[in-house]
Ligand binder design. Structure first.
Ligand SMILES: [Fe+2]
Length: 569
């Protein structure tokens, strides 16, 4: 039996599972080309059904999540969420009452689920599905943090462990502790939205003039450019305290925003970022430590947008009592369509372990790819065997080129993982600057990430074996002797966020092997295949679009090597 999971809020999307396998998952942004899309995920649902060869009427079970008051209002009046999307992404002029709007948002989202909001949400989602041709289906509602937690728990392959979620807000709470023990998944506690470290970090992002719910990674990156100082000198240190398994905020979101603005006014932005980062690292490490002690657990899985912070994750990983950890690769709200489907399926059949990897999206045949390439006379292309393809690519990388690299199924989650990536050699600053200036157009302080072979990771970073982090969810310190080889993929503090590539991606693994054979280091610089402000590419037409828009020279796509005659970089 199939279960379809859907999410129709920030970074909407759909996922399809059958038995104990995740068979498809994607986010709507890739189809609509609007980053972190918020519309009902019609395209993702249709793509999931197409992949499995199903009609809407074949699906008997659908799960969706989050029925709090604001989400229900947005479902009833979709222009509200479109308006907030345009505001948040700076697609409109600064509103006159920006602060009032900001405060209203946090007041509204703190209300949570109210009488009738679940039944109204359910009615609207069912109606949207019926418009798409769904007929006889059971519709399950999954609570927001349960969806986050189920994503982590049921893809972690853990038998027993603590499942911790932390985000901005969802269904009136901002975090939860759940225990997975002997096939039973149980909620143990929740954190009130007033005490949200996710909202705190969002507000810090906003105060520094960046986009909340999108640019938090930039704050983390910028924090490394401050001079370090002890926690006792941190002006934000008392914004949160951790007592036992409780996190308590000194101020509610409105007062907190005022206080942050006041402190930021007198503080250079690098130091302000450092303060915020240092605070959440302290809070998260102490909180997770106390939870593990309280429930006598040493294995832990994490989800929720706060765990996108790979440097805070690194502090948590260093806890002594932590034996094994896992971060769900699509940790933010983009991952809760799958989490909803997994939880609904667990309630039905008790399964707590699902086959999962990060390559769950659309794929295109060589013929479909050739049909796109043939439309453009400025492109020269030739087919290559997989062996020649990776050798050729490694040779061009060795010569200092970057390559647009597209193959197989699209990645699920925020990271490019060797199927929709831009790759380059890891030991040159020059190629990094070229990519930043002409292709990615990113802030200079944002680092790129490395892809390394899974069985080679201990040679490159300080790897402690506490979890095989395949999908760039954890920072590690690069070994001193490898830093010369990791110039373009290492942050200023010597940390990096590696992808650990194994048999789940044979062609990409082969490319890294060839790079290792040619250059000795076994590191490929990997950044997402997109242009500034747009989502990662999905289909061959998008890939050709980026090739031409960025005047790049080379594209490797589904076994075809493409040269752009008009390419400069
Ligand atoms: Fe969330």
């Amino acid at each position: 039996m199939y279960t379809l999971g859907i999410w129709d809020g920030h970074d909407s999307g759909a996922a399809l599972i059958e038995g104990n396998s995740v068979i498809f998952a994607a986010n709507e942004e890739r189809f609509t080309k609007r980053k972190l899309e918020v519309h009902f995920p019609i395209h993702s649902i249709n793509a999931a059904l197409k992949y499995a060869g199903l009609k809407p009427s074949d699906v008997e079970k659908v799960a969706f999540t989050t029925t709090e008051l604001t989400k229900t209002l947005e479902r009833a009046f979709p222009y509200m969420k479109e308006n907030y999307y345009q505001f948040r992404r700076r697609k409109q002029l600064r509103p006159r009452f920006e602060n009032a709007r900001h405060n209203l948002k946090y007041r509204m989202t703190s209300i949570g689920v109210v009488p009738f909001s679940t039944s109204i949400s359910k009615g609207i989602v069912a109606r949207n599905l019926r418009h798409m041709g769904f007929a006889k289906f059971k519709l399950d509602v999954v609570e927001h943090h349960t969806a986050h937690a189920a994503g982590a728990a049921f893809t972690s392959h853990m038998k027993n462990g603590a499942i911790i979620t932390l985000d901005g807000v969802g269904d009136g709470i901002c975090g939860s502790v759940n225990i997975l023990e002997n096939g039973e998944f149980t909620r143990k506690q929740s954190i009130s939205v007033r005490d949200s470290i996710g909202i705190f970090y969002e507000q810090v992002t906003n105060v520094l003039g960046m986009r909340e719910m999108e640019d938090e990674g930039k704050i983390m990156a910028m924090s490394c450019y401050s001079y370090p100082f002890p926690f006792e000198e941190n002006k934000l240190r008392d914004f949160f305290i951790v007592t036992g398994t409780l996190i308590r905020a000194k101020y509610g979101p409105t007062k907190q925003f005022e206080m942050l603005q006041r402190i930021a006014w007198q503080t250079p932005r690098e130091q302000f970022s450092y303060m915020a980062q240092q605070l959440i690292e302290n809070v998260m490490a102490k909180y997770v430590s106390n939870v593990l002690d309280r429930y006598s657990m040493s294995d832990v899985a994490f989800a929720g947008g706060v765990f996108a912070n790979v440097k805070a994750n690194m502090c948590v990983r260093n806890l002594e009592q932590l034996r094994h950890w896992y971060v769900f690769p699509h940790m933010g709200d983009g991952g809760i369509a799958l989490g909803s489907a997994l939880y609904s399926s667990y309630l039905e059949n008790g399964t707590t372990d699902y086959r999962f990897n990060a390559y769950l999206g659309n794929e295109y045949t060589k013929d479909e790819t050739l049909a796109v390439l043939k439309k453009d006379r400025s492109l020269i292309f030739q087919e290559e065997s997989p062996f020649d393809h990776t050798s050729h690519a490694a040779e061009l990388l060795g010569m200092g080129n970057y390559l647009l690299w597209f193959q197989g199924r699209m990645e699920y989650g925020p990271r490019a993982l060797g199927n929709r990536s831009i790759v380059a050699r890891s030991d040159q600053e020059e190629v990094k600057d070229r990519l930043n200036l002409y292709v990615k157009k990113r802030e200079w302080f944002q680092p790129f990430a490395p892809s390394v072979l899974e069985d080679d990771v201990g040679r490159i970073v300080e790897y402690d074996g506490k979890g095989l982090d395949k999908y760039m969810t954890m920072a590690y310190m690069v070994k001193k002797e490898m830093r010369e080889h990791a110039k373009s993929v290492m942050h200023i503090d010597g940390s990096a966020r590696p992808q650990m590539v194994g048999e789940e991606n044979l062609i990409y693994m082969n490319l890294i092997r060839k790079v290792k054979g040619r250059m000795g280091n076994g590191i490929v610089m990997n950044t997402s295949f997109n242009i500034h402000g747009y989502p990662i590419v999905m289909e061959p037409g998008d890939a050709v679009g980026v090739l031409k828009a960025t005047k790049s020279k080379y594209l490797f796509i589904n076994g075809i090597f493409v040269t752009n005659r008009a390419g400069v970089y």
